[in-house]
Design a binder for this molecule. Structure first.
Ligand code: MF3
Ligand code: CO
Ligand code: CO
Length: 267
């Protein structure tokens, strides 16, 4: 098995899929308020992707080996839910934190991105976890350039998260992406510098750290999808789709409403 290298034309197509993905998150942002259910958010996202974008929500009926088909178009993971939360009829409440993860297929190409949202007024601790996790993702993105290695990305994320007193989930990772939703390589969010695959221009993968306020251990719920922290501590995640360029990286999942990169990126 090998890592696919995308051509300039492939990357142009993925830029479109990535922008559409990010625009779904822009559109959902205005709806994330106390009282809305995650099922309502799912319907808004589904209808926008299918009818406005003329695209496909990749999660719907997605079935990796050993899983039941995923029943919704987005993932919504609240508070101690780590990832793959299934939208349902429970209303969001003031102080919740929710990760919304969107994957759009346009013209056969995938874009995959997620953001954290604080519902109403969040606690200091919840907001700190969300913003540190955002910075942790960018600490990983910052390492992306030809000649660097996947272990450099994982190490940067792990060091930053653990120095802040948080833990990194080990069981789920970023992934290569293109015409296939999840392909090689695996992008671990922990590790040692100078290890694992060398980055080459045209590689496209996600960086999507899951960071827990408490211990790193997780468990799967009875629905076969939702992952939660074992100690029920809060968990946060952000995700971008990244291409390795000749000189560094380009984030593909960007749009007018994308949160700005942290100061350590923009100078
Ligand atoms: N979007 C998730 C990721 O970042 C995968 C979700 S799979 C689903 O890789 F079936 F749960 F949607
Ligand atoms: Co992903
Ligand atoms: Co995702």
């Amino acid at each position: 098995m090998t890592i696919t290298i995308k051509s300039a034309d492939d990357i142009a197509a993925m830029r479109i899929a990535g922008r559409l993905t990010s625009e779904v998150l822009d559109m959902l942002a205005q709806h994330v308020k106390p009282g809305i259910t995650t099922e309502q958010l799912d319907k808004i996202a589904h209808d926008h992707i299918v009818h406005v974008q003329k695209a496909i929500p990749a999660p719907l009926n997605y079935q990796p080996a050993g899983y039941t088909p995923y029943p919704k178009s987005i993932c919504t993971s609240i508070n101690h839910q780590v990832c793959h939360g299934i939208p349902n009829d429970r209303p969001l409440k003031n102080g919740d934190i929710v990760n919304i993860d969107v994957t759009v297929i346009k013209d056969g190409w995938h874009g995959d991105s997620s953001r954290m949202f604080v519902v109403g007024e969040g606690s200091i601790a919840a907001k700190r976890l969300c913003s540190f996790t955002y910075e942790a993702m960018w600490k990983g993105i910052q390492k992306v350039k030809p000649g660097a290695r996947l272990g450099d990305i994982g190490h940067a994320i792990q060091t930053f998260a653990e120095n802040a007193g948080f833990s990194v989930v080990r069981e789920f990772c970023g992934h290569g992406i293109g015409q296939v939703f999840h392909e090689e390589p695996q992008v671990l969010h922990y590790g040692r510098p100078g290890t694992l695959d060398e980055l080459v221009p045209g590689m496209v993968f996600t960086i999507e750290p899951m960071i827990n306020a408490g211990r790193r251990e997780i468990k799967e719920m009875g629905d076969g999808w939702t992952i939660v922290t074992k100690d029920r501590s809060l968990s946060a995640q952000w995700e971008h789709t990244i291409v390795v360029t000749d000189t560094g990286y380009e984030v593909l999942t960007v749009s007018d409403g994308s949160p700005p990169p942290p100061a350590f990126i923009t100078g």
